[in-house]
Design a binder for this molecule. Structure first.
Ligand SMILES: NC(=O)C1=CN([C@@H]2O[C@H](COP(=O)(O)OP(=O)(O)OC[C@H]3O[C@@H](n4cnc5c(N)ncnc54)[C@H](O)[C@@H]3O)[C@@H](O)[C@H]2O)C=CC1
Ligand SMILES: O=C(O)C1=N[C@H](C(=O)O)C[C@H](O)C1
Length: 261
C-alpha cells in the first residue's frame, strides 16, 4: 500500500482528497496536516470516527513517514511544505497554486539531489489537461487569444494556476504579438484584464461556480472557443489518484499531469 499524508486536509480540496485516499484500497492515510487543526487524531471528527490517523498542525512536528505528500493548501504555504516533504523523502503531489518559476527551479533541484519523484499539477482534471493541450495546438494557427477563467468566490489567487499555465503553454508555440488596438486605452482600470506575453486573462469569481475556463481564439471572419467545466471537486480525484500511484516510479519533479498519463 502507498502511504499518504494530506496537507490542507480540512479545506475544500483536502476534504475530497482525504475521502478519496481513505476509500482507495491501494492507499493508506498515515497522517493529515493543517495549520488550522485543533484535533490530535482524525477520529475526533465525527465523519472519521472509525479511522486512526494522526493530525499535525505544525510542520516541524510531523514525525511520521509517508511515501507521498499531497498538498492542497494555500499559495504562499506550498513552497515551504514541499521543501519539507522532499527533505523527508516524501514524494510531493501538489495541486496548490501560486508557486513561482524560482520556486519551481529550486524544488526541481532539491528533488534531483534527493532522486525523488514529484508532481506539481496546475489542474488534476482531465478536461482541463485536454483544454490546455488543445489550446496550445490551436494557437499555432490562431495566435490571437484571450482566456477567461471562472471560479468560486472563495478562491485566493487570480489568475488561476490553470489559466496562467494555459497562457505559458500558448506562449511557447505562438509568435510573440501584442493583441488588440495598439492605441487602446482603459477608461476603467483593469477593463482589459491581466496581461501575459500579449495575451489577456480575465478572472471571474462567483458563488455557485467551481472551476471553469474558456480559451477564445479569433481569426479572419472566424472564431474558436474551447471550454472546460469542473462542476464538482470529484473531477480532480482520478488525476490525484493516478499521480499517487505512479509518482514513486520517477526520480524528478514533473510539472503537469500530462507527464503521467
Ligand atoms: N491542481 C488542481 O487540480 C486544483 C488546485 N486547487 C488549488 O488547491 C489549493 C487549495 O484549494 P481549496 O481546497 O479550495 O482551498 P481551501 O482554502 O478550502 O483549503 C486550504 C486549507 O489549507 C489549510 N492551510 C493553510 N495554510 C496551511 C499550511 N501552511 N499548511 C497546511 N495547511 C494549511 C487551511 O487551513 C485550509 O483548510 C488552492 O491553491 C487551489 O487553487 C484547487 C482545486 C484543484
Ligand atoms: O482554486 C480552485 O478551485 C482551483 N484552482 C486551480 C487553479 O488555480 O487553476 C485548479 C482549478 O482551477 C480549481
Amino acid at each position: 500500500m502507498i502511504k499518504v499524508l494530506v496537507a490542507g486536509f480540512k479545506g475544500r480540496m483536502g476534504t475530497t482528497t482525504t475521502n478519496m485516499i481513505l476509500e482507495n484500497p491501494l492507499f493508506e492515510l498515515v497522517g493529515v496536516y493543517s495549520t488550522s487543526a485543533t484535533e490530535k487524531n482524525i477520529n475526533e471528527i465525527a465523519e472519521y470516527k472509525s479511522e486512526n490517523v494522526p493530525v499535525f498542525n505544525e510542520l516541524e512536528k510531523i514525525n511520521i513517514k509517508a511515501d507521498v505528500w499531497i498538498d492542497f493548501t494555500i499559495p504562499g504555504a506550498a513552497f515551504e511544505n514541499v521543501k519539507f516533504a522532499i527533505s523527508k523523502h516524501m514524494s510531493p503531489v501538489v495541486g496548490t497554486t501560486g508557486l513561482t518559476e524560482d520556486n519551481l527551479t529550486e524544488l526541481k533541484k532539491l528533488s534531483k539531489l534527493e532522486k525523488l519523484g514529484g508532481l506539481i499539477a496546475p489542474n488534476f482534471g482531465i478536461s482541463a489537461v485536454l483544454l490546455m493541450q488543445f489550446a496550445q495546438q490551436a494557437a499555432k494557427y490562431l495566435p490571437d487569444v484571450e482566456i477567461i477563467e471562472m471560479h468560486h468566490d472563495k478562491k485566493l489567487d487570480a489568475p488561476s494556476g490553470t489559466a496562467l499555465n494555459t497562457a505559458k503553454l500558448i506562449a511557447k508555440v505562438r509568435q510573440p504579438k501584442v493583441q488588440g488596438n495598439p492605441n487602446e486605452r482603459e477608461t476603467l482600470p483593469g477593463a482589459r484584464g491581466a496581461e501575459f506575453e500579449g495575451m489577456r486573462i480575465h478572472s471571474v469569481r462567483l458563488p455557485g461556480y467551481v472551476a471553469h475556463e474558456q480559451v477564445l481564439f479569433g481569426g479572419n471572419g472566424e472564431a474558436l472557443t474551447i471550454r472546460q467545466d469542473s462542476f464538482d471537486r470529484i473531477s480532480f480525484m482520478s488525476g490525484v489518484a493516478v499521480a499517487v500511484e505512479k509518482i514513486g516510479t520517477h526520480e524528478e519533479l514533473l510539472v503537469g499531469l500530462e507527464n503521467l498519463l
